[in-house]
Design a protein around this ligand. Structure first.
Ligand SMILES: Cc1cc2nc3c(=O)[nH]c(=O)nc-3n(C[C@H](O)[C@H](O)[C@H](O)COP(=O)(O)OP(=O)(O)OC[C@H]3O[C@@H](n4cnc5c(N)ncnc54)[C@H](O)[C@@H]3O)c2cc1C
Length: 464
């Protein structure tokens, strides 16, 4: 083998692939990167497939934030910039004994202006008054729970009907047991006494810094799978090896070197990037550091099922022109949200006029994985009948199961992660984490972590 450091990346999701790209592209000297992926394909939780005559309909993530620029920058770097599109701008609703528009002037559900909720039909008169007195309340002592904090500031209704459904739809979370610090947009609003005033200022700053009408979300026209396909091709063309069906079961250390063990082969290297979920990584981290491994084994993950339906045009109620709706926990049976895909995305409109709908079931505390596919579809259609008042008979159905796909950042998640990293740094320097289990689950956050992991590995290699 030619001279140069050897790095193993464990996991071929967006975080692992981005790490591999950056490791090679940003390396000042020759480097050998091997990416080990347990399955026979890369992409992890990201998957796109044909549906209802359309070439590409996402089975999980369908958009990334562009205000957090990392995913868009990556897409542009990969030559996909011109192939990105934005949602139509159709509005979302909340179902609470009927459909209610989500008020404008919110920041992840937190009112940024008192009038945001004054005119809304989503709240009782008491709920509105309770929310309106927020700026007068004394500072809230932070116990790192999104639910506790928001309820103390704005009362039960704003929490239950806005913040919990919106944050819950991103993280499949129960916000009462979810870390405030792990939701940066909200955490930033806790530095001053009034969350409402902080949200107002944050929104004004965001509006000032962005071009009028600039989209908040983006996606490749060929689906999120296009990002993965292009990224993995670039990684291999730069010289990295991607090894499929290579589940890592242990990592051992000898001097400054590591050996990464799979069932079929062992890989010697100078540093390791762990881009696999915490629950999968705990067993092999335990080999290196039992304390760090035990901490990682404690991470919990929620499962969701995403059912995609094609609804014939003749069945779709004409008044449903929005992008979909969220269901607050007290109103939930099984469905937590439904996205009216053909209203949300102009490129998801089958030629026969069908409506593509993506229905989400399950979250932290609401397990649905034990149901078979037929049962899940029946539960989804029964819930939609309650919500929309129509008996929908889809012409095409696709069930995508995402077992333990959403890491749950419990209160004080960041200090637990710091403990894991500090513990490993003592005896196992050169082990670096990236991905959804660690510092943000959104695609931009995973890309950012991949870049940061690469920087940390290069810094480590320079000391060898
Ligand atoms: C239904 C759903 C909808 C979502 N929607 C959005 C959205 O609209 N926008 C957004 O920004 N984000 C969304 N997300 C979140 C986002 O897609 C994920 O957080 C992100 O893709 C995770 O990437 P990752 O690389 O960290 O992990 P993963 O994609 O989980 O990849 C980890 C990889 O590691 C491999 N692996 C595991 N163990 C081992 C081992 N021992 N050895 C080797 N390999 C191993 C796995 O097979 C997997 O391929 C959504 C997630 C889901 C589930």
């Amino acid at each position: 083998m030619s001279q140069g450091h050897r790095v193993v990346v464990i996991g071929g999701g967006i975080a692992g692939l981005t790490t591999a790209l950056s490791l090679i592209a940003d390396s000042p000297s020759p480097i050998h990167v091997t990416l080990l992926e347990a399955k026979d394909t890369v992409g992890g939780i990201i998957r796109t497939s044909p549906f209802a005559g359309l070439p590409a309909v996402d089975e999980a993530a369908d958009a990334f934030l562009v205000r957090v620029p990392h995913a868009q920058q990556l897409a542009t770097e990969l030559g996909l910039g011109a192939a990105l599109t934005a949602p139509t701008g159709a509005h979302a609703s909340v179902w609470h004994n009927g459909m209610h528009d989500i008020p404008s002037d919110l920041l992840l559900g937190v009112p940024a202006k008192a009038r945001a909720f004054a005119r809304s039909t989503l709240f009782s008169p008491y709920g509105k008054v309770r929310a309106a007195i927020e700026p007068l309340l004394p500072r809230t002592i932070d116990n790192d729970s999104v639910g506790h904090y928001v309820r103390k500031r704005f009362g039960r209704e704003v929490h239950e009907r806005l913040v919990d459904p919106l944050v819950g739809s991103i993280y499949a979370a129960d916000t009462d047991s979810f870390s405030m610090a792990a939701v940066p947009q909200l955490a930033a609003l806790t530095s001053e006494r009034s969350m409402l005033r902080a949200a107002g200022r944050a929104r004004a700053a965001a509006t000032k810094n962005s071009q009028p009408g600039a989209p908040i979300f983006g996606t490749p026209l060929r689906g999120m799978g296009a990002l993965i396909d292009t990224l993995s091709s670039r990684v291999t063309s730069l010289g990295a090896s991607i090894v499929f069906n290579a589940r890592v079961h242990s990592v051992t250390k000898s001097g400054h070197h590591y050996t990464v063990h799979t069932d079929s082969k062992d890989y010697e290297c100078d540093a390791v990037v762990v881009a696999s979920p915490a629950r999968h990584s705990a067993p092999f981290i335990r080999d290196l550091d039992s304390h760090a491994g035990e901490l990682l084994a404690d991470w919990t993950h929620a499962s969701v099922v995403l059912i995609t339906l094609a609804i014939p045009a003749s069945q779709w109620p004409a008044h449903l022109t929005g992008s979909g709706y969220l269901v607050p926990k007290p109103d939930q049976r099984w469905v937590t949200a439904a996205s009216f895909g053909s209203n949300k995305w102009a490129h998801w409109r089958p030629t026969d006029g069908s409506m593509i709908v993506r229905v989400s079931l399950g979250r932290d505390g609401l397990d649905v994985m034990h149901f078979d596919d037929d049962k899940l579809v029946n539960l989804a259609l029964a819930d939609m009948k309650l919500h929309l008042g129509v008996d929908l008979q889809p012409s095409e159905i696709r069930v995508s199961r995402w077992a333990e796909s959403f890491p749950q950042y419990r209160p004080h998640h960041s200090s637990k992660l710091a403990e894991v990293e500090q513990s490993l740094a003592v005896h196992s320097p050169g082990i670096v984490f990236a991905g959804a289990s660690y510092r943000g689950i959104g695609i931009p956050a995973c890309v950012q972590q991949g870049r940061a992991a690469s920087t940390a590995i290069h810094a480590h290699l320079s000391t060898l």
